[in-house]
Design a binder for this molecule. Structure first.
Ligand SMILES: *Cc1c(COP(=O)(O)O)cnc(C)c1O
Length: 365
């Protein structure tokens, strides 16, 4: 079976370096907020081209704490509208509702699965105060146009870059476009820890300070609590491993691009719609998502051919029990996408033989 993603094989490449990194932390006797987190934060901010990086416990917290910080700073208030793509992974929306802000679900661009400037502009009302731009499947959103729109309407922009570490437009990377960006380092993400981890990047010093305090019981200074904060910190041991993984991220992205380009050049089936991609640098191929009206049948057939596929995501957020208040919303494009999308094996671990086997299987369809 060609596995969809083989994390064991992927991390095995760095086994010695990962063991050296964890050993360094074990032997240091310092496990929370020490030198590894500080070094990783600097290295990741530098990688993204942003001034500050704040390590947090996971990607959902990165998004939630950023919106929360904007509330503490008086830039957002309860009930403000936040535009978010309707077809995103539910975490983008959970971060909004956790802060008692109002998610405004907007249909994505048909070709890229991301927000487009036109539909976003049409959703802006006097109550709109922010946009969560999700770089879904690893392709960066049209940030120059979205930032221009945000500037015109005085909106905050939070990039949900959980799937798009390293994606860029004109040499400028995800995480450096918006007023802030949330990243996840969940093990299966393109930059994956060996457990939960996340970070926020921003150029805004006050925001960085506020998020750091919020994630540390609301405290800037030991035993002084400015906010009713939470405990959301990046562990030293995960930061040490992330430093190893970050050094190899660009090579892994290159491998993913090679797999994607092979798929795009060689998959030729009337029953499969391939993903649209602009500039090579704009996509880091967290997922290779194709569409078919015969999805269920094709998935079953590919499984018989030894090709594992997954669905990202089978149920749109507005049809989840958690968001039953949105169940009556008409989002036909989002719904159609959830009925037709499925993801082919993708990752730096795939061998050329495996990639050509996937192509052969799909071309029999
Ligand atoms: C993974 C993911 C998150 C959440 O990250 P966690 O680290 O799992 O909390 C948020 N948004 C998107 C788009 C994601 O893919």
């Amino acid at each position: 079976m060609i596995p969809f993603l083989d994390l064991k094989a992927l991390n095995a490449q760095y086994r010695d370096e990962l063991i050296a990194a964890t050993t360094r932390v074990i032997d240091s006797g310092w496990y929370i907020q020490g030198t590894e987190v500080k070094a990783f934060e600097e290295e990741f901010a530098d990688y993204c081209g942003s001034k500050y990086c704040i390590g947090v416990a996971n990607g959902l917290d990165a998004l939630t704490l950023t919106l929360r910080a904007w509330k503490e700073m008086g830039k957002l208030k309860e009930g403000d509208e936040v535009i978010v793509p309707a077809n995103t992974y539910i975490a983008s929306i959970l971060a909004i509702t956790e802060n008692r802000l109002k998610p405004v679900l907007v249909e994505p661009d048909e070709a890229t699965f991301n927000l487009c400037p036109e539909k976003t502009a049409a959703a802006i009302t006097p109550n709109t105060k922010a946009i969560v731009a999700v770089h879904l499947y690893g392709q960066i959103s049209p940030m120059p146009e979205l930032m221009q729109l945000a500037y015109k309407h005085d909106l905050l922009v939070l990039e949900d870059a959980a799937q798009a570490h390293g994606a860029s437009i004109g040499g400028r990377k995800a995480g450096s476009w918006g007023h802030a960006a949330g990243f996840s380092f969940y093990p299966g993400k393109n930059l994956g820890a060996l457990g939960d981890a996340g970070a926020v990047t921003t150029d805004d010093e006050e925001l960085a300070r506020t998020i750091r305090a919020l994630g540390n019981y609301g405290s800037h200074k030991k035993y002084e609590n400015l906010y009713q904060g939470v405990n959301s910190r990046l562990d030293e041991i995960q930061a040490a491993m992330l430093r190893v993984k970050l050094r190899n991220l660009d090579d892994e992205i290159e491998s993913r691009r090679n797999v994607a380009e092979y798929y795009l050049a060689h998959i030729d089936s009337p029953r499969i719609q391939l993903p649209a991609v602009g500039n090579r640098k704009s996509h880091v191929w967290h997922l290779f998502v194709v569409r078919s009206v015969h999805r269920d049948e094709l998935q079953k057939y590919l499984a018989e051919q030894g090709v594992q596929t997954l669905i990202h995501y089978p149920v749109p957020p507005h049809h989840q029990q958690a968001y039953k208040a949105f169940s009556e919303m008409a989002l036909p494009l989002t719904e159609e996408m959830h009925r037709s999308v499925f993801s082919l094996p993708m990752g730096p671990h795939l061998t050329p033989e495996q990639v050509s086997q996937v192509v052969e299987a799909t071309n029999l369809l």
